[in-house]
Design a protein around this ligand. Structure first.
Ligand code: ADP
Ligand code: MG
Length: 336
């Protein structure tokens, strides 16, 4: 009798461990910030504390970097034609300047006057006249931006900066750091098109991140298996308007002033560095496939990419070719 009870107790204990082991505590936090629906899911100990601290951090960053909040640091330098910034904002702008130089100007935070002329800030969309675009182009260009220590100055009047192409990536890196501080080993962070996969899924398998099919929002172009990596997608389908049957989207070619028409419909960048992934998803979209792949060949230790063309053809760079699969098993090109 005694033996049976002990045996039952042991079985109960094992079951208990197995069950809780299989289904660790899940903490979820969904909110709206940086113009985006954000969803943070963390598993295991301290998950709830981590996702709450992460939301506070994103709200803090939004208040610092947003162009729409009149009290943000970025809005202040835009309104004042320059000024002194915090160390943190200066550091992010310095990184943006680095991407401007490395991408040959494809990533350029001085696109503000252009994005504004197309109506993307106010949602009062319009196609600007060539004269208006020419005027905006005179006030655009990372080479006309100067950051001296923490003091930002514009070399032309009427210039302004927009960190919308990099801020969510930076926020994802900060959320990742907070999760690590709290000891969270399994989490999935979705800030709109910016996803960060922390560790693995609770069962130890890699996270699966789906890439939207740019030609059919209801379908997937493919799925990536990721561990401790950001996956950031920039797509022509994310924000756009139509006029006279032409579609105009929100990723601007800083050289022409027009929405980038590069033959790419979406670019996904995979990297442990979420800030880099965000900036490069925008930049490689502007570059187009051939230039984007050349850029990757020079930086293949830092990131990988999934490129989807306007016709739906998929190219995946070598480093993530084994982590990628198309949902219907259709073939894709691997870039070497
Ligand atoms: P989203 O923020 O919609 O996910 P992106 O990361 O591609 O998409 O960033 C696009 C945003 O960045 C635009 O809404 C605009 O604010 C800004 N932007 C547009 N074109 C450029 C560019 N060439 N370089 C840097 N920022 C850009
Ligand atoms: Mg981006």
């Amino acid at each position: 009798m005694m033996k049976k009870t002990v045996a039952l107790l042991v079985v109960a204990c094992i079951l208990c461990v197995l069950l809780t082991g299989c289904a660790p505590k899940q903490a979820e936090n969904e909110f709206f910030a940086m113009d985006t629906v954000m969803k943070l899911t963390a598993y295991g100990k301290n998950g709830q504390e981590a996702v709450e601290a992460a939301e506070d951090e994103i709200i803090r960053l939004d208040a610092l970097l947003s162009i729409s909040s009149e009290t943000s640091e970025v809005a202040a330098v835009n309104a004042d034609g320059g000024g002194t910034l915090s160390e943190e904002t200066s550091a992010l702008i310095r990184r943006a300047e680095g991407f401007y130089r490395e991408t040959g100007g494809a990533f350029d935070i001085t696109v503000y006057p252009l994005v504004d002329a197309w109506g993307f800030y106010t949602e009062m969309y319009k196609v600007p006249s060539p004269a208006e675009l020419a005027n905006c182009l005179e006030r655009t260009g990372g080479d006309k931006l100067q950051l001296d220590g923490n003091v930002l100055s514009f070399l032309e009047s009427g210039m302004a900066i927009d960190l919308g192409g990099i801020a969510k990536g930076y926020a994802s890196d900060r959320v990742c750091a907070i999760c690590k501080e709290y000891g969270v080993k399994s989490a999935i962070i979705t800030l709109g098109g910016n996803v960060y996969a922390i560790g693995t899924r609770p069962d130890g398998t890699p996270w699966k991140v789906a890439i939207q099919d740019p030609t059919d929002p209801a379908a997937y172009a493919g799925v990536l298996e990721l561990e401790d990596k950001a996956a950031v997608t920039s797509g022509a389908y994310e924000r756009y308007f139509e006029e006279d049957g032409v579609r105009y989207h929100h990723i601007i070619n800083p050289k022409t002033g027009y929405p980038a028409e590069s033959g790419l419909a979406s670019v996904t960048i995979v990297s442990a560095d979420g800030t880099m992934a965000d900036a490069l998803s925008t930049a490689l979209f502007v570059m187009g496939k051939d230039t984007a792949l050349d850029y990757w060949r020079q930086h293949s230790s830092e990131f990988d990419a999934v490129l989807v063309t306007d016709t739906g053809a998929v190219t995946v760079t070598r480093g993530i070719a084994d982590c990628f699969s198309t949902t219907d098993g259709s073939p894709f090109e691997v870039a070497e």
